[in-house]
Design a protein around this ligand. Sequence first.
Ligand SMILES: Nc1ncnc2c1ncn2[C@@H]1O[C@H](COP(=O)(O)OP(=O)(O)OP(=O)(O)O)[C@@H](O)[C@H]1O
Ligand SMILES: [Mg+2]
Length: 564
Amino acid sequence: MSDFRALLSFAAPYRAALALSALLMLLESTAALVVPWAGGLLTDVLLKSGDTSSAGTAPVRIVLLGMLGLFVLQALLKFGNTYILGNAADRIVSDLKIRLYDHLQALPLAYYQQRRLGDTLALLTNDVYVLTGFISGTALALVPLLFTAGGAVVLMFRIRPALALLAVILIPVFYLLMKIAGRRMRPLSGQIQGEYAGAVAIAQENLGMLPAIKTFTRENQESARYRGQIERIFRLSVKQRGIYAALDPLAQLIAAMGIVLVLALASSDLAEGRLAPAQLVSFLLYAALLTRPVAGLADVYGQTQMTRGAFARLRQAMEEPREPAADVGIPLQEVSGAIEFQSVHFGYEGRPAALEEVDLRIAAGETVAIVGPNGAGKSTLGHLLMRLHEPSAGKILIDGIDTATVSLESLRRQIGVVPQHVLLFNATVRDNIAYGRPEPSPEEIEAAARAARAHDFISALPQGYDTMIGDRGVRLSGGQQQRLALARALLKDPPILILDEATAMFDPQGEAEFLQACHDTPRRRTVLLITHRPASLAAADRIVRMEQGRIVAMHPCKPAQQDT
Ligand SMILES: Nc1ncnc2c1ncn2[C@@H]1O[C@H](COP(=O)(O)OP(=O)(O)OP(=O)(O)O)[C@@H](O)[C@H]1O
Ligand SMILES: [Mg+2]
């Protein structure tokens, strides 16, 4: 099973701990297997001493003490084993979680634009949880049980092959039982997991959309949608429990019937002298060991099915192609910021082309305004420059170097973006501004905030730069959020700046001040100014007009509009 092999690859670094616990398991099982033999011995000793006197004779005491010792040994081995193996299993699962998160983080944005975020969250929560439960609960408990059962069968054969055969014959019966139950259980557990992911997705989306739900008074509908989802999970669980509930007692019943049958045959063997009483005792104790794995069989089987589903989903996600690693490719040295789009084509998956035959040269230090109707492809231009998506044809050059050949890290470090939809973290104002630059000084942060016209409102906040701004910055006004995003991009101080409607929510006074400040800064950078606002247009050297993914017009700003 390749799933199993993939799991083993995660276990490889913990070989030593796993080998040690395998050894402990082996010893534990051996100790368990000695007990029935000791039981037979005890019977023997008792029967022999029975005609003389009490049960307190020396041989009886020795056997009893020996058995006690075996139980203590078993308990100690179990402790060591559970502890060592449990830790190794925890470590394996922790590694898996970390690897999974890193992988999910490295997937291209397109991955997330094609699916529900809740499905991905379910991977990190439910699926990893199922896997953890399986490894540290079911799988680890199962191994010594199977060891013991295997050993018991072998030893039963040594005592009385004809009787042992009966136990072996029962194995295919159990197998068949599992097969039949599994046919119903497998699709069920798959469905349950799917519906569970659905519930996470609904809750996650709705809680994030609460303002919309409340303003459109959709509470009842959304409650009903979530309730419906939970009800579906409940109904599937009821079905699943039905199978579980029937399977365990059925398996135990079959095992018990087997034992009764063994007893019946054994008693005639005993009567006819083919079996000594001590052998019968040992045999029955072995048979009892054998029935232990049968109890909880359905649970183990169900867990295994769920884990297979969870593991298949995890593997699928892990096999999704990542973006190239941040440091793969030529490191792009500090650029002067000349940009060239050469017949660039691009379409989002399953959509008509968003960019067609785009040719655009921007000189280093030039400020180019990009205008055009909604959906024209303006923001897409910025995404491609950052390589958040890759063009399907054509090239994008910076300082004459094809960006497809450079490392993502060195490329993105040189481009600052204020996105159309501002993204802020639930952290302080200071941390949000400092996000794109390692350890800036307070003066640098303040300078960036001043340039973005954010310093005044920040100073008026209760804790100033140390104010927590809430999830996605909810405790700030829309314009204030945008000013923070702008300050963050300016602090990064990149040679290329993409301002995607970056002042759309500014008041006119703030916008005018910001544009003036841009003009006054000595540092010349290349600016892509995506905007609909006339005031912003005035700050541009050139205006590029886009329509339906194409550049339809390009003209320099009238000198009158330039204020120098
Ligand atoms: N993630 C996406 N998946 C599929 N299609 C997309 C995606 N993002 C944008 N589009 C589509 O691509 C086209 C260009 O979108 P883009 O965001 O570049 O437009 P825009 O010019 O920035 O518009 P606006 O002025 O509204 O910001 C639109 O038709 C849009 O529907
Ligand atoms: Mg846009």
